[in-house]
Design a binder for this molecule. Structure first.
Ligand code: AMP
Length: 195
């Protein structure tokens, strides 16, 4: 199975992506984690993206697409992937599709974790106390949420129009959300198998 998770910052993408990957035996690929690793290791990529990330802005498409190419192809060959944090724009979705389609590794289903805005802010600020993430602060969160609304949320329509979108209420205890995603994915997979 080849999946991606869509949701605002704080919606629980990382947590749910890992659980879904474990459940179905898929590889979890997080664009944010990979970028943070580059920053921590002070690579050329890390140095080029740090300022964008500290502000809560998106890093340039080419950086993300290049960074994800190999892990996505490898994961697809190893049974499938759960992408978390990518795509962040319709442009990224279109570009990725162009490359992935030819290789037979394009995404099959997109899962949208729906969480109200007030809940997002309090979750992120709470996470910031323990995560050590420099972008989990109240000031940067406002920008990250605005970026999500303006640049990322249009991808919901992109996948909805292609009948690939599954929406899940993410404003519930972690286990309940996981269970709901798993049930919906099993149902969707049976439909995919019949195609
Ligand atoms: P995340 O861990 O998904 O919240 O991502 C943290 C930060 O990494 C974001 O605020 C962006 O600066 C950057 N980032 C992660 N994924 C992408 C992406 N697909 N496109 C552009 N920037 C990204």
């Amino acid at each position: 199975m080849r999946l991606l998770l869509i949701g605002a910052p704080g919606a629980g993408k990382g947590t749910q992506a890992q659980r879904i990957a474990d459940h179905f035996g898929l590889v979890h690929i997080s664009s944010g984690d990979l970028l943070r690793k580059h920053v921590a290791e002070d690579t050329a990529t890390g140095r080029s993206v740090r300022a964008y990330m500290d502000r809560g802005d998106l890093v340039p498409d080419a950086v993300v697409l290049d960074m994800l190419r190999k892990p996505v192809i490898a994961a697809a060959a190893a049974g499938g992937y759960v992408l978390d944090g990518f795509p962040r724009t319709v442009e990224q979705a279109q570009q990725a599709y162009g490359v992935a389609k030819e290789l037979g590794v394009a995404v099959q289903l997109a899962v949208f974790l729906e969480v109200p805005r007030e809940e997002l802010v309090s979750r992120i600020v709470a996470r910031g106390l323990s995560s050590g993430r420099t972008d989990d602060t109240r000031e940067v969160v406002e920008n990250r949420l605005a970026v999500y609304e303006q640049q990322t949320s249009p991808i919901l329509d992109y996948y909805r129009r292609r009948e690939r979108l599954i929406s899940v209420n993410g404003n519930r205890p972690v286990d309940e959300v996981t269970w709901s995603v798993v049930v919906q994915l099993q149902r969707a997979r049976r439909a995919l198998d019949k195609q």
